[in-house]
Design a protein around this ligand. Structure first.
Ligand SMILES: [Zn+2]
Length: 108
């Protein structure tokens, strides 16, 4: 499986394919396989695999971008994000979390 593009990740549904990508990228094939993209508890375990602090900011920035609420919110995503956007991040789905994590690993 080659590395998907940004657009492919954003359009990828929660699926065994996405679970396999997350497994490969964050957890390793030798570890227990979980439904990362469909199970919120599993998605939060995936977040725990982001041990490098340098990974966390790109991740939260991608998550904020994915979750911005309403989707076309014009607030200044980042430090200046509005309460609705931060609240949407707090409620990010397992799929949103997996997409953001995979996007954060892409080289721009
Ligand atoms: Zn906003």
């Amino acid at each position: 499986m080659s590395t998907p593009t940004r657009e492919q990740i954003l359009n990828m549904p929660a699926s065994p394919e996405m679970d396999a990508l997350v497994q490969r990228t964050f957890v390793g094939y030798s570890s227990v396989r979980k439904p990362w993209s469909t199970d919120i508890a599993a998605a939060m375990e995936m977040e725990d695999e982001m041990k490098a602090p340098a990974m966390r900011r790109p991740y939260i920035e991608e998550l904020l971008s994915i979750c911005s609420s309403p989707p076309d919110c014009t607030c200044d995503l980042g430090v200046g994000a509005c309460d609705a956007c931060w609240f949407a991040v707090a409620h990010a789905s397992s799929l949103d979390r997996c997409r953001a994590a995979l996007l954060a690993t892409l080289e721009d």
